[in-house]
Design a protein around this ligand. Structure first.
Ligand code: GLN
Length: 498
């Protein structure tokens, strides 16, 4: 059962071939069998999951109308608040915090009857590209346990790719859904900024953060997208418009007559050979399905990485000021006579990891008077130029494409001490976030030189998320017939009962 897609599981549930309780137990068993190796989860909520499953089964038995994903297990990135369940954002500073409320994403999942089985590991406060910056140790890539699963949503991606859950939620500030999806051979979507509520999503960089779905197929990902998207009065940046028809698009999957723009700046030099080869092959497949391939020029993308690594730390330095030992989580040094300032200092020193401290310092510097115009101000101007590059490119093409990441999964420890090298891995994903548009990564095959998954990225204009699914579904079907099976069927079994 656990090898099926979420859509197939939902079908089996609706036909009475299985129950959510049995399905949830099967996934909990899989977690017990393999997660000591993968370490995707920070917390497994066995009781809560089984209770939700039983409640969905009871509703189904009564003939109540249920949402399409009712009874299906899911893994939730630990950046999203879930009432009463430990939520840390991968940071020791939040250890022991149990939110008194649900994030809107968690509330929507619960309302749809989705079974949240646990909270997944992540880079601390979503700062990183490998999940090695977690305050609780790294997650391991199910394809090769000596490698990272990407990040920052590495726990969620690894959970789905190792069949511990069919679905997961991640968050994508600069690529943290698409990049780990690419590195673990699954599908991940960063929805349009404002399409999914940020209420209860622990803030990293508020103008860039967006939660989104992971699945093993384009259709599964669309089904989850539809559950979590929609306007929310609790989030002032939430878009008040109809959710794009992503499920219908995933089911149609036609690219005939569509214009697909290849971004000149996001390929070639700096991209691993096997990544480029699989990307080029996918383009040929899309052309053979009747799409028209054009090249587009986005000259300002050259500055995207630099602009992002000023804007994101700047916003983070402000957002993370709230972790002051007074309101939630960790408190260290609270002894008689200690001043509040001293307790804050000692707690922040003990609770934040190296990368988080680096970014707070960077952001504080970039925002300080005298440097504001030179750094933060310039970065914001670049952001506008990138939005303009996209506007010109979308005038020539319905969707834009690139490899998701320049390389396949790298070794644990390889880049963690060299932040610049790690930041470079985000070169192809970051422009989407700066422009507030949407993007998908789907598996394009395995790189010849290392046998590891390669991601193909599709980008669409704001609130045109359905185009991602339309193109993604067409490409997925063509790739499945080219390789004779889904790419994930090549992943190692990890020894657990599969
Ligand atoms: N790797 C990027 C960063 O460290 C993106 C992270 C993310 O999308 N959350 O900021």
């Amino acid at each position: 059962m656990i090898n099926k897609t979420a859509a197939e599981m939902a079908d089996a549930l609706s036909k009475g071939e299985t129950t959510s309780l049995a399905l949830t137990q099967a996934h909990l068993d899989r977690i017990s069998a393999v997660d000591s190796k993968v370490k995707a989860f920070l917390h497994v909520d066995k009781e809560g999951a089984l209770a939700q499953a039983a409640s969905v089964d009871a509703k189904r038995a009564k003939g109540e109308k249920l949402s399409p994903l009712a009874g299906i297990p899911l893994a939730l990135k630990d950046v999203l608040a879930q009432k009463g369940v430990p939520t840390t954002a991968g940071s020791k500073i939040l250890q022991g915090w149990r939110p008194p409320y649900d994030s809107t994403v968690a509330a929507k999942l619960k309302a749809a009857g989705v079974v949240i089985v646990g909270k997944t590991n992540m880079d601390e406060f979503a700062m990183g590209s490998s999940t090695e910056n977690s305050g609780f140790g790294p997650t391991f890539n199910p394809w090769d346990l000596t490698r990272t699963p990407g990040g920052s949503s590495g726990g969620s991606a690894a959970a789905v790719s190792s069949f511990q859950t069919p679905l997961a939620i991640g968050s994508d500030t600069g690529g943290s859904i698409r990049q780990p999806a690419a590195l673990t051979g699954i599908v991940g979507v960063r929805p349009t900024y404002g399409a999914v509520s940020r209420y209860g999503l622990i803030a990293y960089s508020s103008s860039l953060d967006q939660a989104g779905p992971f699945g093993r197929t384009v259709l599964d990902t669309a089904l989850l997208h539809e559950v979590i998207a929609g306007h929310d009065a609790h989030d002032a940046t939430s878009i008040n418009a109809d959710v794009p028809a992503v499920v219908a698009a995933a089911k149609s999957g036609d690219v005939k007559g569509l214009k697909i723009g290849v971004i000149k700046q996001l390929q070639g030099e700096g991209y691993q050979k096997g990544v480029q080869t699989r990307f080029d092959e996918s383009l040929k497949l899309l052309a053979s399905l009747g799409a028209e391939i054009v090249e587009v020029d986005c000259p300002n993308f050259e500055y995207a990485l630099a602009a992002y690594y000023l804007i994101a730390p700047s916003e983070a330095s402000s957002n993370l000021a709230r972790f002051d030992a007074m309101r939630y989580g960790l408190r260290v040094g609270d002894k008689d006579g200690a001043s509040a300032e001293a307790v804050m200092n000692i707690t922040r020193d003990a609770g934040f990891g190296r990368e988080v401290k680096r970014r707070i310092i960077l952001g504080t510097y970039a925002l300080s008077s005298g440097y504001y115009d030179a750094y933060y101000g310039s970065a914001q101007k670049i952001r506008t130029l990138i939005i303009e590059d996209y506007a010109k490119a979308f005038a020539k093409a319905d969707v834009l494409v690139s490899p998701t990441a320049p390389t396949t999964a790298y070794k644990i420890g390889e880049k963690v001490d060299d932040p610049m090298a790690m930041y470079l891995g985000d070169v192809a994903t970051i422009p989407v976030n700066l422009a507030g548009i949407c993007g998908m990564s789907l598996p394009a095959g395995l790189a010849e030189e290392d046998g590891l998954p390669v991601g193909f990225q599709i980008m669409a204009p704001a609130m045109q998320d359905q185009r991602l699914y339309q193109v993604g579904a067409a490409l997925e079907a063509a790739l499945n017939s080219k390789w004779g099976a889904p790419i994930l069927s090549n992943a190692p079994s990890l020894g657990g009962a599969a």
